[in-house]
Design a protein around this ligand. Structure first.
Ligand SMILES: Cc1cc2nc3c(=O)[nH]c(=O)nc-3n(C[C@H](O)[C@H](O)[C@H](O)COP(=O)(O)OP(=O)(O)OC[C@H]3O[C@@H](n4cnc5c(N)ncnc54)[C@H](O)[C@@H]3O)c2cc1C
Length: 388
């Protein structure tokens, strides 16, 4: 029976060992069981010690190779860790989730960068963001205009990125830029690993409806990026971004379903007495959406853990994740009715679900709009004719 992180241990043994590790620190971890609505930078600082401890004690070293500072084993071990964190009521640090999305791309396409940055990112010493979307290129990413032109020993990048999650607090960004002809579409793109403290980088936080600046615009004005910071080959940017999106659309959903499951169960356990007459059906719908997501994503993370490349089927995960997120928060709205709509700020629990409800609205946009994901499923998985 494993007592600490053990790459040889089964997933069930890892879950048990980690659960008791969390339980032993139940009181100490009380601050990590609180969800805060404060500014992004303060939230990052609040959860960073937790992220650091998870790394230093070896739990999030599972599934990474020794070259990356890891212990070996399977990434499924880390999925178990993420699920147990959620089940304990603790918050999975969002900046850790962001690293989990980007790191596999570095490992596959730029091992020399991964060796340096994955340990720092996993430990919370570095924060990374994705610089793909632009004012005129979101769903149609292949039309992006940020340009990278060869210069001695590297490239000069000019352009504008927007909606970069965690951009305002990040030190590094993977930036997708055009190295081919202006009309080269997705074939003329290259991925760069950009130091956001480089001369010519300007990061402008974007205030969202929540009042928080969770995303940012990144302006790149003649920014020099050395050849060693090209991720993969020149012109291989589309392959790199598609690799990354498997983790954004699939693996990220694993942690989300675990978190939503805990939140819903807590709502029913703590507030069940006062819930309205339709509560069984409403809660049932949410559980159904969560279990559908869990079943799909369980398969996805297993396939990703053995290095399989997933195709358009990953869009199913993204659709199920957005649907589950919105069904869960909409169910909470109905269950708590009319507190979500009408309660004042003294009702902290209603405020919490109000924030979660608002957050769930964006899940059908980030990582690829749901309408586009549905088109991908209908055309590329089901072979239906193009609608337009
Ligand atoms: C909170 C948040 C965080 C984000 N984080 C990041 C990040 O970290 N890094 C990053 O690079 N980007 C990020 N994004 C950007 C996100 O990926 C894009 O917003 C998304 O891909 C949609 O692109 P768009 O905003 O340009 O909308 P558009 O592409 O203009 O689409 C608008 C709407 O048009 C419809 N539509 C467009 N094309 C099609 C089509 N082919 N078929 C059917 N319908 C279509 C859809 O309904 C879509 O919702 C984030 C966005 C948000 C809101």
């Amino acid at each position: 029976m494993a007592r600490g992180p053990d790459p040889e241990a089964s997933l069930a043994e890892t879950a048990l060992a980690f659960r008791s590790w969390l339980a032993e620190r139940h009181d100490e971890f009380a601050p990590y069981r609180e969800e805060y609505a404060e500014e992004l930078a303060r939230e990052v600082e609040r959860y960073r010690p937790f992220q650091r401890l998870l790394w230093d004690e070896g739990w999030t070293k599972l599934g990474w190779s020794p070259e990356l500072g890891g212990l070996g084993g399977s990434s499924m071990h880390r999925s178990v860790v993420a699920e147990e964190i959620a089940a304990s009521g603790c918050v999975n640090p969002e900046i850790l989730a962001a690293i989990e999305i980007v790191a596999p791309m570095l490992v596959r396409f730029a091992p020399h960068l991964a060796a340096k940055h994955v340990p720092a990112g996993m430990r919370g010493d570095e924060i990374w963001c994705q610089g793909f979307s632009e004012p005129d290129a979101g769903s149609d990413l292949g039309s992006l205009r940020t340009r990278a032109i060869p210069d001695e020993g590297g490239f000069r990048i000019n352009g504008q990125k927007m909606w970069s999650s965690n951009g305002a607090v990040s030190s590094w960004s993977c930036v997708l830029a055009r190295t081919g002809d202006p009309d080269s579409g997705y074939r003329g793109l290259t991925m760069f690993w950009v130091d956001l403290s480089s001369p010519g980088v300007r990061v402008v936080p974007t205030e969202l409806g929540s009042g928080r600046s969770d995303t940012a615009e990144i302006f790149l004005d003649d920014v020099f990026v050395p050849n060693t910071h090209v991720v993969g080959e020149v012109g291989q940017g589309w392959t790199a971004v598609m690799h990354l999106l498997q983790f954004e659309r699939g693996a990220y959903a694993w942690e989300r379903q675990a978190t939503m499951h805990t939140q819903l169960t807590e709502l029913l356990t703590d507030h069940g007495q006062s819930l309205g007459p339709q509560s069984d059906e409403t809660a049932g719908n949410a559980y159904l959406a969560l279990f559908a997501l869990r079943s799909q994503v369980r398969d996805t993370i297993e396939r990703l853990s053995i290095g399989e490349e997933l195709g358009p089927e990953i869009s199913v995960d993204k659709i199920l994740m957005s649907t589950a997120e919105q069904t869960t928060t909409e169910s909470a709205r109905k269950l708590l009715y009319p507190r979500l709509e009408l309660a004042d700020t003294s009702d902290e629990y209603a405020q919490l679900w109000r924030r979660r409800w608002a957050y769930s609205r964006i899940t059908t946009i980030y990582g690829g709009a749901i309408e586009v994901q549905r088109d991908l499923v209908s055309e590329r998985l089901l072979g239906l004719p193009r609608g337009r």
